[in-house]
Design a protein around this ligand. Structure first.
Ligand SMILES: Cc1cc2nc3c(=O)[nH]c(=O)nc-3n(C[C@H](O)[C@H](O)[C@H](O)COP(=O)(O)OP(=O)(O)OC[C@H]3O[C@@H](n4cnc5c(N)ncnc54)[C@H](O)[C@@H]3O)c2cc1C
Ligand code: SF4
Ligand code: SF4
Length: 422
C-alpha cells in the first residue's frame, strides 16, 4: 500500500473518518450496519452517518471499503495507460443514440443510455443510482431503477450530497444482476467492498461513473432558494442541469412559479460552491475504479453556450469496453472522434492540477497531525509536483479546523429521514 509520507495515520474508526473531514457521505456504512449508522443531513448540509448506538464492532469491516479510509484503483485488462488519467481502453467523443435521452441528460446522456440499454438488453435487472427525492426535490436519494423509463426519470447530475451506496444492501438482497451509476468515490468503495462481499462478484455487472469535480453541500442549493425567496417545502422540481447541455438549473414550485439560472450563473462564484472537504482531497476524481467514466468536454472546463451534448468517455476495463462496443452496435451510443489523454487535460485542467497537488495536500494534513486515507494504484506520489503552497495551504486549513467535523454529527433541526423508493 503506497502512502504519502510525513508519517500519515489512517482512520481507525468511522468517528475518525467523519471528524477528520474524510467522509463524503456515500452511505456504505448504513448499508453494512443499518442498526448502527443512519445517513442524515447535518446542520451544515452534508450527508453523514449518524451513530444509532455505541457499537463499533462493524467499523473495521466498513473501513476496509470506506473511501474516507482507503482509495484503491486496480485495473483489469486495460492496454493503455497515462500517468494523469490512469489505465484505459479507449477515449472517445460519444453521446446517446436516442435524442430524447441526449437532451434530458446532463451532458450527452452516455450514463443514462448505458443504464437503459443494460436493462433493455437483459444484461441487468436494475440500476442502482440516485435521483431527486420526490418529497424534497432539492435533495437526492438512492433509487433502484427497474425499467429504462425509470433510469431516464433519474437522469442528469445532482450537485448536492448523494448517498447512493446506502442502497447497496437493498440491491444485493434482490440477488439479481445490476449496474451501479455513481461518483468515482462510490466506485472506489464498491470495488473494495467486493473483496469481502462475494454477492458483488456474482451480480454487479457494471460500474459507470461521471468524472467529478466535487460535491457541494446542501447550502449551495439553499443559497439559490434564498435568492428567489423560496422555502424548500414549496418546491416541486429542482433540476441542477440537463434539458440541454449543460442546460439551466430549473426550479418549479407547487404553486406554479418557475425560475431558471444558466450553468454559468449557477457556478460563476467559486467561493459559493461549498465543495465538501473530502472532495478537495480526492485522489481519484476521474473514475479509475470504474468500468467506464463519462465527462464534459468543454475547452478549459467552460461551456461557451448550449450544444447538443457531447461526452468524453473513458473506457477503463475490458468489461467496460465490451459494453461500450455492444451498445454502439445496438445504436444506444454514437461516437465520432477518438480523444487522447492530452485532450482530457484540456477539457479538465482542474483534475490535472488536483492529481499533481494531492501528495502535497496530504503531506500538509499529515504534518498538521490529521489522519489521511491510504491509497493504492493512483500514482499520487509519482505525480507529486512538490507544491509548497498546496502543502502549506492544507496544513494551515487543518490547523484552523477546516477539515474537522463534529462527532457525532449535529443534525439539522428540520432534517427528515428521506423515505427510499425503489
Ligand atoms: C457532483 C458532480 C460533479 C461533477 N464534476 C464534473 C467535472 O469536474 N468534470 C466533468 O467533466 N464532469 C463533471 N460532472 C459530470 C457531468 O455533470 C456529467 O454527469 C457527466 O458528463 C456524465 O454525463 P451524462 O450525460 O452521461 O450523464 P447522465 O446520462 O445525465 O447520467 C447521470 C447519472 O449520474 C447519476 N448521478 C447524478 N448525480 C449524482 C451524484 N451526485 N451522485 C451519484 N450519482 C449521480 C444519475 O443518477 C444518473 O444516472 C460532475 C457531476 C456531478 C454529479
Ligand atoms: S465515506 Fe461512506 S462509508 Fe465512509 S464514513 Fe462516510 S458514509 Fe460511511
Ligand atoms: S470529488 Fe471525489 S470525493 Fe468528491 S464527490 Fe467527487 S469522486 Fe467523490
Amino acid at each position: 500500500m503506497s502512502k504519502t509520507q510525513h508519517s500519515p495515520r489512517n482512520p481507525k474508526s468511522i468517528n475518525e473518518v467523519v471528524s477528520s473531514g474524510l467522509c463524503i457521505g456515500c452511505g456504505l456504512c448504513q448499508a453494512i450496519a443499518p442498526e448502527v449508522y443512519s445517513m442524515q443531513i447535518t446542520e451544515n448540509g452534508a450527508l453523514r452517518p449518524f451513530p444509532l448506538s455505541d457499537d463499533i464492532s462493524k467499523d473495521t469491516e466498513i473501513l476496509s471499503a470506506c473511501p474516507g479510509a482507503l482509495v484503491i484503483a486496480e485495473n483489469d485488462g486495460a492496454a493503455l495507460h497515462d500517468s494523469i488519467w490512469g489505465a484505459y481502453t479507449s477515449m472517445t467523443r460519444t453521446w446517446a443514440g436516442d435524442p430524447d435521452v441526449r437532451f434530458k441528460a446532463a451532458t450527452g446522456g452516455v450514463l443514462t443510455a448505458l443504464g437503459m440499454w443494460l436493462l433493455s438488453s437483459g444484461r441487468a435487472d436494475f440500476v442502482l443510482h440516485c435521483g431527486a427525492d420526490p418529497a424534497k426535490p432539492m435533495r437526492s436519494r438512492y433509487v433502484l431503477s427497474r425499467t429504462p423509463e425509470q433510469v431516464l426519470k433519474n437522469t442528469a447530475s445532482r450537485y448536492g450530497p448523494s448517498d447512493t451506496l446506502a442502497g447497496l444492501e437493498a440491491a444485493l438482497q434482490l440477488d439479481k444482476p445490476f449496474a451501479l451509476i455513481a461518483k468515482p468515490c462510490d466506485a472506489n468503495a464498491i470495488r473494495a467492498r467486493a473483496k469481502n462481499d462475494k454477492r458483488l462478484d456474482k451480480n454487479l455487472v457494471a460500474v459507470l461513473v461521471m468524472v467529478c469535480g466535487g460535491a457541494s453541500d446542501l447550502g449551495k442549493s439553499e443559497a439559490v432558494l434564498d435568492e428567489y425567496g423560496l422555502e424548500e417545502d414549496e418546491l416541486s422540481l429542482f433540476r441542477y442541469r440537463g434539458h440541454g447541455n449543460p442546460g439551466p438549473t430549473r426550479i418549479e414550485t407547487k404553486s406554479g412559479q418557475h425560475f431558471e439560472k444558466t450553468y454559468q450563473e449557477m457556478w460563476a462564484d467559486e467561493s459559493g460552491w461549498r465543495i465538501q472537504s473530502r472532495c478537495k482531497l480526492c485522489p481519484d476524481p476521474n473514475g479509475e475504479a470504474a468500468d467506464l467514466a463519462a465527462a464534459d468536454i468543454w475547452p478549459n472546463a467552460n461551456p461557451v453556450g448550449e450544444d447538443e451534448g457531447f461526452n468524453g468517455v473513458i473506457g477503463r476495463t475490458a468489461k467496460g469496453q465490451s459494453l461500450i462496443d455492444a451498445a454502439h452496435l445496438d445504436g444506444a451510443l454514437v461516437s465520432d472522434l477518438t480523444l487522447s489523454p492530452r485532450d482530457f487535460d484540456h477539457f479538465q485542467p482542474h483534475q490535472v492540477h488536483k492529481k499533481k497537488s494531492m501528495a502535497a495536500r496530504l503531506r500538509g494534513l499529515a504534518a498538521a497531525g490529521q489522519v489521511v486515507y491510504a491509497h493504492k494504484g493512483l500514482r499520487i506520489d509519482e505525480l507529486d509536483d512538490s507544491l509548497p503552497e498546496e502543502e502549506k495551504g492544507a496544513y494551515d486549513r487543518a490547523k484552523q479546523g477546516k477539515f474537522s467535523e463534529p462527532w457525532p454529527p449535529i443534525p439539522r433541526k428540520s432534517s427528515l429521514l428521506c423515505k427510499q423508493t425503489s
